[in-house]
Design a protein around this ligand. Structure first.
Ligand code: SAH
Length: 383
């Protein structure tokens, strides 16, 4: 039985399913979920993440963390990655950080990974390093924590709410039957009081664009009927745990993701074979994700720790010296190899590719310097 068949049967039994439940089933169903079954990263897989495009991505982020570790006084610490995929990012970060005396020797390496298929891939990639695996950042030892998360938060289950008249309904997934050709579609669920869109007057904190959603200046009541907003309670909870850990034991986290500042507009999407496809079709066969709301993450951090201004991936990589590193790696390349190398650089940094859509924040304890590449938010540090 396919996961889609199972979902149709569940809905026939118990009624419409929340978007969060649907997304969790698609990605992490114990036997049929996308991440449980697949290890499909890279050119041969369904999508390509930044560390798969160029080694420079992991190198530059690894160096930024290593430098931050040095500035915070060095010593024994935990080096962790949240959702490490193929392990490529950690491999590149560790190789580059060898240049920072004592960093690798003092590191206890932890991969926080929910998929056992991907743990195996990571074990092979990181075979030369002593490395631990765990299920959650709450399992990490009580030590300074230097952490990277790339494209982790975008696959956590989101809830969607849809405006009708003066109220917000939870947006649900329903089915038109159980036989062959049955289709899933969205429908309205219960009315949910106290839904507050994540919009407001603090746009000065944001850098870059708002990804084409034009609602950010509108008062709440002016949101048109059928506006959809998204929340991701697991993302806020994980970031709060991270911020509390860093506040207590020290360290630095760098979070990079496909995201925006705010949460108005439906962004659930599916990708298969490098093409966008219908997120409600072929459950479990596509990579499903949603834009990360960096504003919600920043709000979860601020009571406990410091969060940087939002920065676009292209700007971050330029500040960290991608130009010089790419030039160096280009020495001796020619023909197709050189063309691929140049294309990878453009793909990571250009506004028309990943450069603007992907964004980053850094977290440190309050009063501690941010890592290289990140800027302070200034006065407008709302909570
Ligand atoms: N960072 C990698 C891969 C990103 S894909 C890269 O840049 O290439 C998302 C990763 O997060 C996968 O490894 C997936 O298994 C993991 N993941 C998703 N949700 C998780 C959760 N709740 N707990 C732990 N790992 C999770």
């Amino acid at each position: 039985m396919s996961l889609a068949d199972k979902i149709h049967a569940t809905i026939a039994h118990t009624g419409a399913m929340s978007v969060a439940e649907y997304m969790a089933q698609c990605l992490f169903h114990p036997s049929l979920g996308y991440y449980t079954r697949k290890t499909g990263f890279g050119v041969a897989g369904d999508f390509t993440t930044a560390p798969e495009i160029s080694q420079v991505f992991g190198e530059l982020l690894g160096l930024s963390l290593a430098q931050s570790w040095q500035e915070q006084g060095g010593g024994a610490f935990v080096l962790a990655e949240l959702g490490g995929g193929s392990g490529q990012l950690m491999v590149d970060a560790l190789r580059a950080a060898r240049g920072v005396a004592g960093f690798v020797e003092n590191a206890q390496i932890y991969m926080v990974e929910g998929s056992s298929a991907l743990r195996e891939v990571q074990q092979n990639a990181l075979a030369e390093y002593p490395c631990h695996w765990c299920d959650s950042i709450a399992d990490l030892p009580d030590m300074p924590l230097f952490l990277i998360a790339n494209e982790f938060f975008d696959c956590l289950p989101i809830s969607q709410y849809q405006k009708k008249g003066a109220v917000w309904h939870e947006r649900m997934v329903t089915s038109d039957g159980t036989g062959a050709g049955a289709k899933l579609s969205f429908c309205l669920g219960r009315v949910v009081p106290n839904v507050v869109p994540n919009i407001g007057a603090d746009m000065s904190e944001q850098t870059g664009t708002d990804n084409g959603n034009n609602f950010t200046d509108l008062p709440l009541t002016n949101l048109p009927d059928d506006s959809v907003l998204e929340t991701c309670p697991p993302a806020s909870a994980i970031v709060e745990t991270l911020a509390r850990h860093i506040a207590e034991f020290g360290g630095t986290a760098i979070i990079v993701d496909y995201g925006r500042w705010g949460n108005i507009g439906a962004t659930l999407q599916a990708v298969r074979d490098h093409k966008k496809t219908d997120p409600l079709a072929d459950a479990g066969m596509n990579d499903i994700s949603a834009l990360v709301d960096f504003r919600a993450l920043a709000r979860a951090v601020r009571p406990f720790a410091q969060v940087s201004a939002l920065v676009e991936q292209g700007v971050l990589l330029e500040r960290l010296g991608i130009e010089a590193r790419m030039e160096r790696l280009a020495i001796g390349l020619e023909g197709e190899a050189l063309a691929n190398h140049t294309a990878a650089h453009k793909r990571l940094t250009h506004a028309d590719e990943m450069g603007s859509l992907f964004k980053a924040i850094a977290i440190t304890a309050k009063g501690v310097a941010l890592p290289a590449g990140f800027e302070y938010t200034g006065e407008n540090n709302e909570t």
